[in-house]
Design a protein around this ligand. Structure first.
Ligand SMILES: Cc1cc2nc3c(=O)[nH]c(=O)nc-3n(C[C@H](O)[C@H](O)[C@H](O)COP(=O)(O)OP(=O)(O)OC[C@H]3O[C@@H](n4cnc5c(N)ncnc54)[C@H](O)[C@@H]3O)c2cc1C
Length: 400
């Protein structure tokens, strides 16, 4: 088969290397608009389940990814300098640039062709092939030029900017800072021995109130360094990614598609679906798409049944993360609702933000229903039978 992948992100590179590794007779080319070694966006977090999956599909790249990753075993919520530790959990951070370098090198080593500096804006620009994998990210041109997918894009309400810093965050940290224009916070985690990711997020009113809508980039970095000086400890924020473009304030785009394949074109990764960064899963899901697509092509041997099975399998797998991502994003869009609680309770509800009940319950009642540190079996059983009654009564009250 002749296969063209558009986009050398995690989805495109992992799919290409995996299929080539298993079925070397395919002719696979990845077209990437950027130069080698260039990646937009800082680092990403992931958990052990992704490493397990990588080890079970390609040990060689898995080992390199593990070695290049930065391990953390603490999560800290910091509200105006008062810190609360989450229960222990272990995760990893890796620079996107590093991850893509490893995958690209491995793909080349197994015989995939990669054409860097080659932007594809329309499928008609591609050479004749049996399968086109559109893995060109959230704003996929291939998807947008192919009518059959019926794409829906929802803009999140909050503003965010994806920055780096030269401070090493040993714990996955969430500093919340109050300003005259409202609350602003960061999601910060180490991604290597020299740097960390520092994503800043706030409501649109805070963003405008602080003047970020009109402020030049350098001034904006300086203002953010001042706001987060307690967490950054005098370290700098870095606004440029490896392609030397400045990071920009954006609204998160949640992408869904009614169909994932149309003729010989199939979507994978962010082109097919996005999940808010608050659940830190987009890279894992992109890699799982790549594995499922390679598996199904191998299993079915023909494009049509393989794409049908792939779409069925991945659509089912996405349902849970998409709900979790929506609830998580909504929690961050309603931080004002919870931030009045004392930090320990606030951080407990932050941990429970994927619960569908949370937006409908008064925060104090919700905290009572979800005690974690003081959880005792008797309280659990009271919560079990009293909880639904309380929620029902509360909703009746709200509607009346
Ligand atoms: C702020 C933020 C934080 C995030 N944090 C995390 C996290 O902690 N953990 C996590 O798992 N995920 C995270 N994600 C999500 C993750 O980055 C994406 O889900 C993941 O990169 C998707 O991989 P992909 O291969 O589908 O797309 P991408 O990584 O976007 O790759 C697409 C590639 O296609 C190329 N391309 C685009 N258009 C063209 C074209 N016309 N022609 C040729 N090439 C093209 C691009 O240059 C790019 O290299 C985060 C996302 C954001 C926005």
């Amino acid at each position: 088969m002749r296969i063209a992948c558009v986009g050398a992100g995690p989805a495109g590179l992992y799919f290409a290397l995996l299929l080539k590794l298993r079925e070397p007779w395919h002719d696979i080319t990845v077209f990437e608009r950027s130069a080698p070694g260039v990646a937009r966006g800082w680092g990403v977090v992931f958990w052990g389940d992704l490493l397990d999956k990588l080890y079970s599909t390609d040990r060689e790249s898995a080992r390199e990814i593990e070695q290049a990753s930065f391990g953390w075993d603490k999560m800290v919520v910091d509200v105006q300098g008062e810190q609360v530790l989450y229960p222990p959990s272990r995760g990893y951070g890796i620079k996107r640039q590093r991850l893509l370098e490893i995958l690209a090198r491995r793909a080349l080593a197994v015989g995939v062709h990669i054409e860097f500096d080659h932007e594809v804006t329309d499928p008609s620009q591609l050479p004749e092939c049996d399968l086109i994998v559109a893995c060109d990210g959230v704003n996929s041109r291939i998807r947008n030029e192919t009518k059959g997918f019926q794409t829906d894009v929802q803009l999140g309400e909050n503003k965010y900017i994806w920055l780096g810093t030269d401070k090493i965050f040993n714990a996955f940290s969430f500093p919340f800072v109050h300003t005259d224009s409202g609350w602003i916070w960061a999601h910060a985690y180490g991604v290597g021995a020299e740097s960390s990711t520092f994503i800043v997020e706030c409501p649109a009113e805070t963003w405008v109130g602080l003047g970020f809508d009109t402020m030049p980039h350098e001034e904006c970095l300086a203002a953010l360094e001042k706001i987060f000086e307690h967490s950054l400890d005098g370290h700098q924020l870095i606004g440029q990614t490896s392609d030397e473009t400045n990071a920009q304030w954006l609204n998160f785009r949640t992408v869904t598609n009614k169909h994932w394949h149309d003729g010989k074109t199939v979507l994978a990764g962010d082109a097919a679906h996005t999940t808010h960064f608050a659940i830190g899963s987009g890279t894992r899901l992109a890699i799982e798409d790549a594995i499922a697509l390679a598996d199904n092509l191998q299993r079915h041997g023909e494009v049509k049944p393989a794409l049908e099975a792939y779409e069925r399998e991945r659509r089912a797998a996405l349902a849970g993360p998409q709900i979790a991502a929506r609830l998580s994003a909504q929690w961050y869009e309603n931080v004002d609702r919870y931030i009045g609680l004392e930090p320990r309770k606030f951080s407990t509800l932050m941990r429970r933000r994927r619960s569908p009940l949370l937006p409908h319950l008064p925060p104090r009642l919700a905290y009572w229903l979800y005690p974690t540190s003081r959880e005792i079996p008797a309280l659990r059983s009271v919560r079990g039978w009293a909880g639904p009654g309380i929620i029902w009564a509360y909703n009746r009250l709200r509607r009346s």
